[in-house]
Design a protein around this ligand. Structure first.
Ligand code: LP5
Ligand code: MN
Length: 238
């Protein structure tokens, strides 16, 4: 069995979500051979020094405890926690995986990604993304003191929330052509991603081929994961 989760946005101001996450790790996640975390595990991550924050220390330790029991934990970063690095991975007993990644899911070639790269109509976001994913920008950002990074991140979060109120809902969803291109490039007819917080299973026709796009749920108010087995895919809640 393999599990997929995303968009937990863990942060100390939402202890219920953190509690649910720990309960999930100590319970259902143990059934999985692999747990895939497809981005935005944390509300935001300003660099691996964030591990030292007691809340993060606790979350990272809970993941490491699952990993120690034999579940492989693989992490794709999201737009909130793209600065997670090897120190995080080591502490969590996890492996950071570059997206998009194709896997064999019980005989079905499947492409996995956070999902933000599919939102090509959100031009301002894509420009921002190109900037912050640039290694030179990251080196410069990570050279700043932790307190400064946190202040910038908080400002950016506020900007992002304000900006979303003005952006049309449609531009914050995936772009149909980007989805089609992703299926074609990766030569697959199954896709799993998060980011949009619009959980659904979409049937897409790509050049006469029927493809399926599973959108993961965020964890706001409900702990949800996608379970994959020989029997297929199924959404589960705690
Ligand atoms: O995250 P969410 O759901 O609110 O919205 C996303 C897009 N926003 C983001 C930003 C994240 O919320 C904040 C990430 C914090 C990371 C911390 C470390 C790095 C700190 C860097 C500090 C400079 O990803 C949002 C999308 C939305 O998804 C839907 O897809 O619309 O996109 C934006 O908000 C981007 C804006 O449109 C463009 C922002 C330009 C700002 C550039 C100036 C940067 C300096 C700001 C310092 C205050
Ligand atoms: Mn996201």
């Amino acid at each position: 069995m393999q599990h997929f989760i995303s968009d937990l946005h863990l942060n100390p101001t939402q202890p219920e979500t953190a509690k649910a996450f720990v309960a999930y790790l100590q319970g259902p996640a143990k059934q999985a051979q692999t747990l895939w975390i497809l981005g935005d595990l944390f509300e935001y991550w300003t660099g691996d020094e964030d591990i030292a924050h007691p809340f993060h220390t606790e979350m990272v330790a809970a993941i490491a405890a699952l990993s120690a029991t034999g579940t492989q934990v693989r992490v794709v970063v999201g737009n909130r926690d793209f600065l997670m690095g090897q120190a995080f991975a080591k502490a969590a007993g996890a492996e950071l995986v570059a997206e998009p990644i194709c896997i064999d899911l019980y005989g079905k070639r499947t492409v996995l990604l956070h999902g933000d790269i599919l939102c090509t109509d959100d031009v301002a976001y894509q420009q921002f993304r190109a900037m912050v994913r640039n290694p030179a920008w990251q080196t410069q950002f990570l050279a700043q003191p932790v307190a400064v990074r946190h202040k910038l991140a908080a400002e950016l979060r506020a900007k992002s929330e304000m900006g979303k109120q003005e952006k049309a809902s449609k531009i914050m969803d995936v772009n149909a052509a980007a989805v089609e291109a992703c299926f074609k490039t990766h030569n697959t007819n199954l896709m799993i991603h998060g980011h949009t917080h619009r959980p659904a299973t979409h049937q897409v026709n790509v050049d006469g081929q029927s493809c399926e796009r599973w959108v993961l749920s965020d964890w706001h108010g409900k702990a949800t994961w996608l379970e994959a087995s020989e029997q297929g895919l199924q959404t589960r809640t705690l």
